[in-house]
Design a protein around this ligand. Structure first.
Ligand code: BGC
Length: 478
C-alpha cells in the first residue's frame, strides 16, 4: 500500500507516500528487531481475541456460567481495551512508547495467568479485563512505535504487518483451541498465551526508545544517536531528525478543535461511523462464538472446533487480498463488494438456521461455506480498510484525537456486540439474529455509497484541503 497503513498508528500514519519507485534503504538489524518485537503485540492481540471461542464452552460447563456471565467473560476484554485505548495516548506521550509496550506486555502475561488460574467467573472477568487493557494500550502504541522506527520507504508495509499479525494470532489461537479441545483443558488454552507474552515482555526491555518521542520530549541528542542505530546511513539519520524537528511544531489539537471546527467534526464522525459499521458487520460474533454458531447449525464438537480453525485460516489469507488490491481497485468498490458478500452470506446462514434446509450434511457444508465467504468478505474489506480510511480522513493537526475517538468506538461497539449476542440468540433465535446482521450489512452498502470517499491514490494533503473547503464527505477523495 502506498501512503496507507492497515490498523494505522494514531499520530504518525505517514502523511505522504514514499516517492513511487523509491529505492528501498537496506534494512538495519536493529530496526528489524524493533519492528518484529512490536508486531508481537499484534500477535498477542489476535491470540487473546481468538482463544475465548474455544475456551468458552468448557468454562461454561465448569462454572455453570449463565449466558449473561459468558457474555461478560467475552466482553470484559473489550471494556478493558476501550479503557486502554483512551489512556494509551497520554501514557505513550508521558512515559514513552517503549515503557508503554513493556507495561502492555506485563499485563498480557499477568492477565493470561489470572485467567488460567481463575477459580470463579469474577476472577476470569478480571483477568480478561487486564488482557483487554493490554490490547487497548498495545493496539494504540505498537503501530505508532513501528511507524516511528521504520524508514519511510517501508513504513506502510511494516505497519500493515501489524494487522497481519493480529489475524495470524487469531488463527494460531483457533488451532491451539482445536488441539487442546480434546482434553477440554481451557486453563491451558488461556495460560499458553503467557509464553509469547513472556517473550514479548523480556524482548521489550531491549527495544530502543522511539526517536520521535525523544524529540517530542526535547531529548535531541539521544534521539539522534538512536536514529543512527536504526538507519544504515548517518546522513539519513540526521535528515530524519531534521524532518521530525520541522513537524513537531504543529501541535496536536483535540476537543477544542472538535467543538469549534465543523469540518473536523465531520471527519471524526465519519471515522466513528466507519468503526461502528465495521463492528456491526457481526465479525466478532464469529470470532468469539464460532463454535456456538457451528453448534446451532448442527455440527458435533470436533466439527465445531476445526470449523473455527478454518475460519482463522480464511481470515488470515483474505487479509493479503486487501494488501494487494486496496491501492488498485480502491476502497469504495472493495467495501461495497465486501458488505454485499457479508450480507448475502449471513442471509443464507439465517435461512439454514431457520431449518428451511433441513439438518443434512449438505446444509452443514453450505453453512460453513457461507460463513467462510462472510469472513473473507470482511477480511479483504471492512477489516483492514476501515482502519486505513480512519487514518486518511483525519486532518494532521487532529489526528491523535480523531483516531483515539474512532479506536475507542471500535472497542465499545465490539463490546456491545459481544455482550448482546447470546442474549439475542435466546430472545430472537439464531435465524432472526443473523437476519438482523444481514440487514445491517445491506444498509452499510448504502452508507458507503453516500458517505465514504474514495481515497485511493489521493494525497492526504488534498483530502484535508477538500475537507476544509466543506466539500461533501463522499467527494473529499477523488
Ligand atoms: C477488527 C477486530 C476483528 C479483527 C478480525 C479487525 O479489523 O477491528 O474487531 O476481531 O479485525 O480479524
Amino acid at each position: 500500500m502506498s501512503d496507507t497503513v492497515l490498523n494505522p498508528s494514531p499520530s504518525s500514519a505517514p502523511s505522504s507516500a514514499p516517492p513511487s519507485g523509491a529505492v528501498k534503504a537496506p534494512m538495519v538489524r536493529r530496526m528489524m528487531f524493533a519492528v518484529a518485537l512490536a508486531a508481537i503485540a499484534g500477535l498477542m492481540f489476535g491470540l487473546d481475541v481468538g482463544v475465548i471461542s474455544g475456551a468458552l464452552g468448557f468454562i461454561r460447563d465448569e462454572f455453570h456460567a449463565t449466558d449473561f456471565e459468558q457474555s461478560w467473560i467475552v466482553s470484559s476484554m473489550m471494556f478493558g481495551a476501550a479503557v486502554g485505548a483512551v489512556g494509551a495516548g497520554r501514557m505513550s506521550y508521558a512515559f514513552g512508547r517503549r515503557r508503554s509496550l513493556i507495561f502492555s506486555a506485563f499485563l498480557f502475561v499477568a492477565g493470561g495467568l489470572v485467567c488460567a488460574l481463575a477459580s470463579s467467573v469474577s476472577e476470569l472477568i478480571i483477568g480478561r479485563a487486564m488482557l483487554g487493557l493490554a490490547i487497548g494500550i498495545g493496539s494504540f502504541v505498537a503501530p505508532l512505535y513501528i511507524s516511528e522506527v521504520s524508514d519511510i520507504s517501508r513504513r506502510g508495509s511494516l505497519v500493515s504487518m501489524y494487522q497481519l499479525m493480529i489475524t495470524l494470532g487469531i488463527l494460531l489461537a483457533f488451532v491451539s483451541n482445536a488441539i487442546l479441545s480434546y482434553s477440554g483443558s481451557w486453563r491451558w488454552m488461556l495460560g499458553i498465551m503467557a509464553i509469547p507474552g513472556t517473550f514479548f515482555l523480556i524482548g521489550s526491555f531491549f527495544l530502543p526508545d522511539s526517536p520521535r518521542w525523544l524529540m517530542l520530549r526535547g531529548r535531541h541528542d539521544e534521539a539522534l544517536s538512536i536514529m543512527k542505530e536504526l538507519r544504515h546511513n548517518p546522513e539519513l539519520a540526521h535528515q530524519e531528525i531534521r524532518d521530525i524537528q520541522g513537524q513537531i511544531h504543529d501541535r496536536q489539537r483535540g476537543l477544542a478543535m472538535f467543538l469549534e471546527n465543523r469540518n473536523f467534526r465531520r471527519a471524526v464522525l465519519l471515522g466513528i461511523a466507519l468503526q461502528v459499521m465495521q463492528q456491526l458487520t457481526g465479525i466478532n460474533v464469529v470470532m468469539y462464538y464460532a463454535p456456538r454458531i457451528f453448534q446451532e447449525v448442527g455440527f458435533g464438537s470436533s466439527g465445531q472446533i476445526w470449523g473455527t480453525a478454518i475460519v482463522g485460516v480464511v481470515n488470515w489469507l483474505a487479509t493479503f487480498i486487501a494488501i494487494a488490491f486496496a491501492d488498485n481497485w480502491g476502497r469504495r468498490p472493495m467495501l461495497i463488494t465486501g458488505f454485499a458478500i457479508m450480507s448475502a452470506g449471513l442471509a443464507v446462514l439465517a435461512t439454514i438456521m431457520s431449518g428451511a434446509a433441513g439438518n443434512t450434511d449438505l446444509s452443514h457444508y453450505l453453512a460453513i461455506s457461507v460463513l467462510l465467504c462472510f469472513i473473507a468478505g470482511f477480511a479483504f474489506s471492512a477489516g483492514p480498510l476501515v482502519w486505513v480510511l480512519c487514518s486518511e480522513i483525519m486532518p494532521l493537526q487532529g489526528r491523535d484525537f480523531g483516531i483515539t475517538c474512532s479506536t475507542v468506538t471500535n472497542w465499545v461497539t465490539n463490546m456491545v456486540v459481544g455482550a448482546t449476542f447470546l442474549g439475542l440468540l435466546t430472545t430472537l433465535g439464531a435465524s432472526h439474529t443473523f437476519w438482523l446482521y444481514a440487514g445491517l450489512n445491506a444498509l452499510f452498502i448504502f452508507m458507503v455509497l453516500f458517505f465514504v470517499p474514495e481515497t485511493k491514490g489521493v494525497s492526504l494533503e488534498s483530502i484535508e484541503t477538500k475537507l476544509n473547503q466543506g466539500v461533501t464527505l463522499r467527494n473529499i477523495g477523488r
